[in-house]
Write a protein that binds this ligand. Sequence first.
Ligand SMILES: Cc1ncc(COP(=O)(O)O)c(C=O)c1O
Length: 508
Amino acid sequence: MKPVCQSARTADSGRMSAEILEKKKTLDLRKKHIGPSCKIFFSHDPIKIVRARGQYMYDEKGQRYLDCINNVAHVGHCHPDVVKAGAEQMELLNTNSRFLHDNLVLYAQRLQATLPNKLSVCYFVNSGSEANDLALRLALQYTGHKDIITLENAYHGHVSSLIDISPYKFHHLSDVEQNQFVHVAPSPDVYRGKYRADHPNPAKAYADDVKDIIGRVHEKGGKIAAFTAESLQSCGGQVIPPPGYFQQVAEHVRQAGGVFIADEVQVGFGRVGTHFWAFQLQGADFVPDIVTMGKPIGNGHPMSCVVTTKEVAEAFALSGMEYFNTFGGNPVSCAIGLAVLDVIVKEDLQGNALRVGQYLTELLEKQKEKHPLIGDVRGRGLFVGMELVKDRLKLTPATAEAQEVIYKLKEQYILLSADGPHRNVLKFKPPLCFTSEDADLVVEKIDHILTELEEALGLKLHNTLNAENDSIKRKLPAEENGHQYHSGLILNRGSGPGVPQQTKRHRR
Ligand SMILES: Cc1ncc(COP(=O)(O)O)c(C=O)c1O
């Protein structure tokens, strides 16, 4: 096939564009050859991105987009130090981890130095899903138990074992049968959840629910292998668990002979600003038994890691089965992982996450005073959520409005997404080089969009307490950002982790 526009140059930089085909041709070929469940952002008007740098992405015409959502390009898209480290190592050697190589051990040592001492043994794998699947295997082998507790709205990956523990993927599908060994605890969401900010001790109440689940499992003759949770729930709606929750859950779970798995795939590597790992927000007295890492670890290079204790690792080895992973821990991935850690330190990106994250949160808090559609602003560092509601008392999710915000921002070349069980939480998780000017820009645009939306809805701060029945006066798109709406139920999802499983499933 003949390339159509191979030597196009981007308008703003003079650099060679990576565009080979005209946009329509790319779309046609995608429809023909790529599985239909692999959704695309803004499906009725998709964006073709051909290059990126820092917190910016560029389309085929050289149009720049501000990226507020890409937590994979952690230290900035195509960071030159990371690219250089990968390219240099690729020129020299890339092979599996059955040979001795310094990159592997030096990288393991560097990662370990960011963690509590007891988390000292690494397994390098290639994706967040692989990391979580291995974490489950470690837990099952170490404990000899089978039952897993997961959280409502959790997402942990796309492989079969993880769909089972990811209610985010199946909770709205009536024909999915839950795995009998999986138990779902309430999400520790103090805004919309079972126990809210006005509860005297939400951490204990949510942890007691986990204890109750353990009790019910025991009554049926089961035994707990693991409790698994993201340190801060991301797809679940940017949820910040109340301090002390993890400690109490860990106590109940360990008493039952289980282990605590902290999924840091989205939130690790300094994003939360005050700490390198988000589980550390709970306090120095909390240490998980297994930590899984992914997305930001390689700044876009497919790599990930599971870190655990010596005891868990030894029990895993005792099974007698060798663990071999063709690509995990190869010299190129380790060189890239080391470069990412170097850049975080060299450019003080954790400090930037703290400063810019705080600034962004303050700006959004000010917007909340002005806009009745904003129900809650929550976050740590550059992991921030803004939940839109049509009624601040009833917390009626403003789902269509959230999608409208996302769509209008896209028209103004800003990429943001909405998530959570009602898809009404605007989530900010940009590359950590995001600046306060970027924060000013996105908040200013959101301010305008919300003003327009509230005018259309006739919403004012003083009459928002009972606005549930207000209907939007102008037409909102039926499908935004890959989500389809039908009777308030999301049927499909285009961003992030993909599309729900549609088939009835029985396993184990
Ligand atoms: C919290 C969490 N864990 C695990 C995964 C799976 O990672 P991957 O898509 O790299 O397999 C994701 C992906 O979105 C995630 O958000």
